[in-house]
Design a protein around this ligand. Structure first.
Ligand code: C2E
Ligand code: CA
Ligand code: CA
Ligand code: CA
Length: 277
């Protein structure tokens, strides 16, 4: 038993070492991802649920790794946050997506743009002035931009966070709470933050029409948003049944594979041109 115990320790150490090595390699690769032009912004449309009209797009980052292929953001954003690389990467996403929005506006498409930002970007130089400069450079009206922050950020509740967010509001940018419903924030709590939009996390949408609790959770979120006069977007809408239940319950805006997956800019352009609500 002693022997196998030791082997086990050995095994774990080796596995942990392997894990640490992989992480270090990934970190090295991520350091070069920007200048080697391996990052790309995809776009997913946001739709008015009843009419099917496209109202905006969300920018979603992708990493084309030369050996590993496409790496999804969940697999490298946390690393980018830990290493601080999210500072440069996040600004690049904002600049790239704003340039793309300019392009769509020039073609006569009236869309808003939503960009995810990490709390870490606060210490990494994402000030209101930086956002204002990017908007001006691309001739974008601030009201066309939405910055999405996760609900978790609010739970850390600090004066710094509120001040940071107020800075964006002063520029005229809109703010959305992402993954809403996963962080247990209360109604009174939400009111303290200068947000305009809630995005219902897709785990709630998934549970729609499966049991009555799923439906009542969503209707609770919808009435909460209504009482705070917040715009509401449901994420992860995959089926027609989900779409119609959400529309019936009063959720106006939706996003999900039912309408379109996130697509490269060119593909979304083609999709937008042929789209019939
Ligand atoms: P998120 O902001 O909650 O984005 C929504 C995620 O749901 C996206 O995953 C999207 O592809 C996926 N999705 C959309 N519709 C459906 C659907 O109908 N069904 C299912 N199953 N999934 C759907 P993605 O693109 O892998 O992004 C994952 C997360 O990575 C994002 O979650 C966001 O938190 C983060 N992320 C992506 N881009 C950026 C970025 O530029 N900066 C930061 N800080 N985070 C980002
Ligand atoms: Ca988001
Ligand atoms: Ca989300
Ligand atoms: Ca998410």
């Amino acid at each position: 038993a002693k022997q196998s115990g030791r082997n086990q320790t050995h095994f774990f150490t080796a596995a942990m070492q392997e894990h640490a090595n992989q992480r270090m390699t990934l970190e090295q690769d991520l350091r070069h991802a920007l200048d080697r032009e391996q990052l790309e912004v995809f776009y997913q449309p946001v739709v008015h649920g009843r009419s099917g009209r496209i109202t905006g797009v969300e920018a979603l980052l992708r990493w084309h790794h030369p050996e590993r292929g496409m790496i999804p953001p969940d697999a490298f954003i946390p690393l980018a946050e830990e290493t601080g690389l999210i500072g440069a990467i996040g600004e690049w996403v904002l600049e790239t997506a704003c340039a793309q929005l300019r392009h769509w506006s020039d073609k006569g498409m009236n869309l808003y743009l939503s960009v995810n930002i990490s709390e870490r970007q606060r210490e990494l130089g994402l000030e209101a002035q930086v956002v204002r400069d990017i908007l001006e450079r691309n001739r974008i009206n601030p009201s066309q931009l939405v910055l999405e922050i996760t609900e978790g950020l609010l739970l850390q509740d600090s004066e710094e966070t509120i001040g940071w967010l107020n800075g964006f509001k002063q520029v005229g940018v809109n703010l959305a709470i992402d993954d809403f419903g996963t962080g247990y924030s209360s109604l009174s709590y939400l009111r303290r933050f200068p947000v305009d939009t809630l995005k219902i996390d897709r785990e709630f949408v998934r549970d729609l029409n499966t049991d009555r609790y799923g439906d009542s959770l969503v209707s609770a979120i919808i009435s909460m948003a209504a009482s705070l006069e917040l715009r509401l977007i449901a994420e992860g809408v995959e089926t027609e049944a989900q779409r119609s239940t959400l529309a019936q319950q009063g959720c106006q805006f939706m996003q999900g594979y039912l309408f379109s997956r996130p697509l490269p800019a060119e593909e979304l352009s083609a999709w937008l041109e042929s789209y019939q609500p």
